[in-house]
Design a protein around this ligand. Sequence first.
Ligand code: FES
Length: 118
Amino acid sequence: MQNFIKVARLDDFHKKNYVCISYRSKWIAVIKAQDGSFYAIEANCKHQNANLLVNGLRGEIVTCPRHGWKYNMRTGECLSESWAHLRKFALKIVDEYIYVATDPREEVMDEWESDETV
Ligand code: FES
């Protein structure tokens, strides 16, 4: 059974396309895609843990501010090192709030993606 924490309101995405929270020393980003759906993904660089979104998010590709590794924030793929992959988190929307699972499990993410996007 997944535990979920409340991380954002839908209104938070009127002027920006992501919300980044710190949870147990990790950054988790909730991102609003161009198609209007939401997803949650780890936002710590796999090299030395920098916050990948410290300079914002334009498009799906981000460059780590510390040493330049590139990531696809939609898929989690690292374009600089093939072994480095960002973990996804299950996400659900209840009323006006977005909740994110505290434990990354992609199979749960897939389950929620089909039913819980807006
Ligand atoms: S901390 Fe991100 S590339 Fe080094």
